[in-house]
Write a protein that binds this ligand. Structure first.
Ligand code: SAH
Length: 346
């Protein structure tokens, strides 16, 4: 418990060794509760009891990358590939807008069909049709020039998880042509361009140690992103990590509290992976400091195909069309879904 109190007082100067000691307490009931209470107190001070929603549009599952953990990696010949047309994407936005979504997230594999020109055209159309909405991109690593073009076209936010902040561990999760230095540079480029930036990592990815997680926390503290996405690693049957163990929900929840305390204003989602690993994952995430949920707004017939990991949820409370159901579930735990862009509060 000593490290919990030390963290609460000195999170800005906490060292790697101290973070490791803190993370060892993820199974300690008193520590978990103390951190969650403090995380919720901070969250309520900054964002009240509002839960922001993002309409997630998974617009392509073609990908030129080959990340060992991911079900839509290019080497997975069993994946049936799809890409939505511009019209289909706009139809998703129309549907989402009517349901009360004021942020759209365009997420996809790194699909060469979607050239910068096409992405820019898409951003312009969405922002022209929905000037009161925020647009978030999550389409991987691009050049500074590309990021600038997207930003100038009107994109507001960008999600690019760093996946792991440790060089060796990064190499064990990705083929050799993918570099942590490039990933990190992308994040700094995005910040410089004035995006609200989201980084993050999987909890319990193969080979991950508490030392790696401590490095992730140090990196995030340095980067100061506006958003952090974390969720348990979940194996996908057609990847090299098919037989690896899934990450721990308990540790993910602990880390959500730690992140809220470390970055008090951060936009912190209770992620789909958390909701997949535990049917009450969304609520549990909100109750330990998260303040965002990202329901699926993709066309129903495509959802199953955006299979990053096995059994990924995409219906039920996960689905954008059941906003009412999700709303009731949040009310039941003392929170409220709001119709709002849900920007970062300085
Ligand atoms: N191509 C985009 C979007 C990636 S998918 C990009 O590079 O940013 C979004 C996130 O899903 C990834 O960043 C990764 O952290 C997560 N993810 C992928 N495979 C996963 C798995 N097997 N289990 C849990 N999360 C996974």
């Amino acid at each position: 418990m000593e490290y919990v109190e030390r963290f609460l007082e000195h999170s800005a100067e906490f060292t790697k060794e101290e973070f490791i000691e803190l993370l060892k307490l993820a199974g300690n009931e008193a520590a978990v509760k103390r951190l969650a209470d403090e995380a919720v107190r901070i969250r309520k001070e900054v964002y009240g009891t509002a839960v922001f929603i993002r309409g997630l549009i998974e617009f392509t599952n073609y990908c030129k990358n080959d990340c060992y953990y991911c079900g839509i990696r290019r080497s997975n010949k069993n994946a049936s590939r799809y890409r939505l047309s511009e019209e289909e994407i706009l139809a998703c936005c129309a549907n989402g807008y009517a349901l009360g979504f004021r942020t759209f997230v365009l997420q996809g594999g790194e699909d060469p069909y979607y050239t910068d020109e096409r992405i820019v055209g898409l951003i312009r159309r969405i922002k022209a049709a929905y000037p009161d909405c925020a647009l978030t991109l999550s389409i991987g690593e691009k050049s500074y020039e590309s990021y600038r073009a997207f930003r100038e076209a009107g994109a507001d936010r960008y999600l690019l998880r760093h996946e792991t902040a440790t060089e060796d561990h990064y190499k064990s999760l990705h083929p050799k042509e993918m570099l942590l230095t490039v990933r990190k540079k992308c994040l700094y480029d995005l910040k410089e361009l004035g995006y609200q930036v989201g980084a993050g990592f999987m909890v319990g990815s193969p080979g991950q140690t508490l030392e790696h997680l401590a490095e992730d926390l140090l990196f995030l503290r340095k980067l100061q992103p506006q958003m952090v996405g974390i969720g348990p690693f979940i194996p996908h049957h057609d990847t090299p990590f098919a037989d690896e163990q899934a990450g721990s929900v308990q540790l993910t929840l602990f880390l959500l509290s730690v992140l809220r305390i470390l970055l008090p204003h951060v936009l912190l989602p209770a992620t789909t992976a958390l909701g997949t690993a535990d049917t009450a994952g969304r609520e549990k995430g909100i109750l330990v400091g998260a303040n965002v949920v990202m329901p699926n707004l993709s066309p129903v017939e495509n959802r199953k195909l955006y299979e990053l990991y096995d059994n990924k949820i995409c219906t039920g409370e996960e689905a954008a069309e059941s906003r009412e159901g999700l709303s009731r579930r949040m009310e039941a735990i003392g929170y409220e879904l709001v119709t709002d862009r849900g920007d970062y509060r300085e």
